[in-house]
Ligand binder design. Sequence first.
Ligand code: PEP
Ligand code: MG
Length: 661
Amino acid sequence: MERSTIVRVHEGLHARPATRFVKLAKGFESDVELVKDGKAVSAKSSVKLMLLAVKENQEVTVRANGADAIEAIEALIGYLENPRAGLDDEADTQSPANDAGQEVAPAPVPESAPAALDRANGLRGVAASEGFAIGPAFAHFPADIAGQGRMLQAEEIGGEIDRFRTAVRAVQARMDDALAQDSLSAGDRGIVAALRDIAADDSLTCEAESLIRGGNDAISAVITAASTIAADFSAVDDHYLNARADDVHAVGRQICLALLGQDDVSLENIPEGAILIADDIGAWDLARAPLKRIGGVVCGHGGATSHIAIIARSHGIPAVLGLGDQVNALRTARDVALDGNAGHVIIDPDAATRADFVGRVEAAAKERAGLTVFKAVTPKLADGRIIEVAANIGSLEEIEAAQEAGAMGVGLFRTELLFMRHLHLPSEDMQAETYAALAKAFAPYPVIVRTLDIGGDKPIAGIEFPDEENPFLGWRGIRMCLDRPDIFKRQLRALLRAAVHGHIKVMLPMVSDIGEVRQTRVLVEECAAELKAEGVPHATFDLGVMIETPAAVLIAPALAKEVAFFSIGTNDLTQYIMAADRLNPTVAKLNDVTNPAVMSAIEMTAKAGVAAGIMVGMCGEAAGRPDLIATFVKMGLTELSMSPASIQRAKKTIMAMAAAD
Ligand code: PEP
Ligand code: MG
């Protein structure tokens, strides 16, 4: 028997939700299959299920055959229709989970910046974890493992299968032991748990056993089976699943080492502050390594979504990955300097570069240490006015860093990432959950969610953008949203629903005409009426606008009468006032927020907002500049939103300003 449904599991049957689904399926005696686009796979193999790449909102069929088929279908369909399935779980998630249980995805760094020799900066790879490091190179290039290279005799096969099974059990037991220890962080534990799932999965073991039955020795069989499955993961159109190919190889290697009775080369003796250089490091090895001693990581393999990147980021270790064969140039390096922000690696730096990097590392550490006292400070001016110092973030996984920094709410939540990360448009439910998690995390502080600000320069799946001569002056931001009420209303409905859970404010990007605010209001009211009729809990929110076009500055007095707040987007405002593309280095000099033309636009905006009695804030990069903060505050701005790294310094600047008054 079979039943079809639309998958509502948040993000689809990725890693953890897939293994939970398999666990559920294995609880039934019946043979169970999941079918997508005519392709059927066993629902009892997480590897096969992941490779089916089932996404949220796709149609699938559950097919069951056996005594408990009805119960199996009932339970599995229920799972697929639950947006939070597989996510509300203990710490052994695939990767660190946040409040919403959403899987932690990486920061938006280039997925596969080509490794190339850059004359000025050395090697160039993927900037996978930010920060600077310089230290002795610790090359970790364990020897390749090769099979016996001879075919087994028929009478040897049974024994070889036993040897293989014993090795698999040993690897699983070793991973279980590691999971039982307190020393692993929650995030690392999730990563090891995911590797254990692969080691325990029939796909790898059945493939290897069938190769052994065909006469291959166990090591050759494991290497071939792992390569086949890894190639399948590499072929899927999904960055996250592509990165699982490295995990399969890592598990295969562990099984081979167990067959050889060897342990992998240990990272235990890595010297303090060393830069770990490797073609590839199993997440399994890295998670157990003395991470506090590692100064930086450089790898030939890996990208922003690989487990190594996740571990490095969560432990604050700068990392440059994806160097490809160029990593071989580092095998004999004595010292390495790395810039995890730009993805640069410098081999045996000269004295000047060394001094530069040592200076950057020391300055960063010293400044970090001196600023922590400002984390809990609420900056107040001499007249008692509080200046809100909030965070600019683009995903839920940045919440922790913002809170750690002492953010007084979120002044700009860029929702583009939510749309860009997926191969389809995010559902209303998924958006509502995300915004609600954000609001809950910062309550009672406000969180300002910016509606979708995207154009043809950053296309996203599900929206057809026209070819434009000049996308920065084209169909983007609020213009696109108002033309696509199907997309816009889904976001507005999600925001109204999330507003029940905290202090949500909503801000419109790229506004240049008052009609855009009015049309949005009509849509918001329409959405609220629909939700009311459907009996869905929701609440109203303050509606504000970004001031980032010259037109918005010039009509600011009129706009101020129609909205609850302004937030000045100096990044775009500067480029539009100066007619200087913010991405074009040739005109970078003109792209200067301190140009009197831009500063006077900011002042005009502040005056209009203050006169109307609404809040005026700023969320462009300039908001975090210590040299400009006093000027902005004197103009009347009461909220400054910036990247979490700038928050404590900004609070210190405001306190110093208040003390000087
Ligand atoms: C701005 O333009 O200043 C801004 C904050 O928005 P974004 O950088 O996302 O365009
Ligand atoms: Mg902008």
